[in-house]
Design a protein around this ligand. Structure first.
Ligand code: FDP
Length: 339
């Protein structure tokens, strides 16, 4: 009997590397380790209700937010698996106030990784969808050790980025070399198998994802954009359908496959526009890289995310991300209002 099956993540990455004659295979080891972290977190999430790992850890992070036990668990898993790869000199995580530095051998670990280990953590206790987000940069600083300079690179320097969605199935999506590919975890094999080759985001979308309870706190261009998406403005465009799960990764994944736009705007506080909730380094930049490789766009409304150079590890940024045509409408509304 002939045995046919889909390629595994590692088989696929190795086949892609054939296009790069100088490739050493180190990059595929690193992606495999990130996928391993995803498998471990996926397993833990599936049994969290029984294993007593739901709820708060009792600690607050540097931003005063309460930390969930699963946030800490996911962070530790990523730190250990990245250290175990021996390919990473420094990493930074949304869950850590300071970066983690790893020992670099003579050859030198030449990669730098940023992660949001568990995105959408308000969903943990209600069996909702969650995600992890990552980006891999080349080390640019001189010398054997990694530094903050390596972490504060613009998204345009990313070598590969992706996300993992923990839903009814676990899906690993990564972008590199102008191509976005999705893999679904086969629980029997314990492997991510190619399920979404060459993902392209539709040019215009069907869905929008935003927490509309903040409508009264947004500036006028943001309100006008959401009115446009709802079809309640005078333009008479066909409305987009609303979907908001409380997990950026899960909402973004829908938009990658079916088109549309996710936004998390800044609010107006004391007459000034704030930067919203999402982090440039751990959320906006990696997903901007992914959406761009799939043919979409990511913007603050006035600046393209890929062109921004982070100034701080935990910098926040307004985010409008998804189908190119939808993001451009938001940018034009901002421009008309001179913001
Ligand atoms: P969370 O804080 O629960 O980790 O990353 C931030 C994020 O989730 C996004 O995943 C999500 O879309 C958003 O915050 C939810 O925030 P709101 O409750 O303010 O809508």
């Amino acid at each position: 009997m002939e045995h046919t099956r889909r390629p595994t993540l590692i088989e696929y990455v190795l086949s892609q590397q054939k296009a790069h004659p100088g490739a050493t295979g180190e990059f595929s080891i690193l992606l495999t380790q990130i996928a391993l972290a995803g498998k471990i977190i996926s397993r833990e999430l599936k049994q969290a209700g029984l294993a007593g790992s739901l709820g708060l850890s009792g600690e607050t992070n540097i931003f005063g937010e309460e930390v969930k036990k699963l946030d800490q668990f996911a962070n530790q898993i990523f730190v250990r698996t990245l250290e175990g790869s021996s390919m990473v000199c420094i990493m930074s995580s949304e869950e850590m106030s300071e970066p983690a530095e790893f020992e670099c051998d003579q050859v030198g670990a030449k990669y730098v990784v940023v992660i949001d280990p568990l995105d959408g953590s308000s969903n943990t206790d209600v069996n909702g969808n969650l995600g992890s987000i990552f980006a891999i940069y080349p080390k640019i600083s001189k010398g054997p050790r990694g530094s903050e300079e390596d972490l504060l690179q613009p998204a345009a320097n990313i070598a590969a980025a992706g996300y993992i969605v923990y839903g009814p199935g676990t899906v690993f999506v990564y972008a590199a070399d102008g191509c976005v590919s999705g893999f679904t975890l086969d629980i029997g094999y314990g492997e991510f198998m190619l399920s979404h080759p060459d993902v392209k985001i539709p040019h215009k979308g069907r869905y929008y994802s935003v927490n509309e309870s903040y409508y009264s706190k947004w500036d006028r261009p943001t309100q006008m954009f959401v009115d446009y998406l709802r079809g309640t403005d005078s333009g008479g465009a066909k409305p987009h359908s609303s979907r908001y799960s409380g997990s950026l990764t899960a909402d973004f994944h829908r938009i990658m496959l079916e088109g549309g736009v996710y936004l998390y705007p800044g609010e107006i506080k004391d007459g000034k526009k704030t930067s919203g909730k999402l982090r440039l380094l751990y959320e906006a930049a990696p997903l901007a890289y992914v959406v761009y490789q799939a043919g979409g766009l990511a913007s603050t409304g006035s600046h393209r995310i890929l062109e921004m150079k982070p100034t701080d590890l935990h910098q926040r940024v307004p985010l409008i991300i998804g189908s190119a045509e939808d993001v451009i409408v938001a940018e034009e509304l901002n421009r008309k209002r001179g913001l």
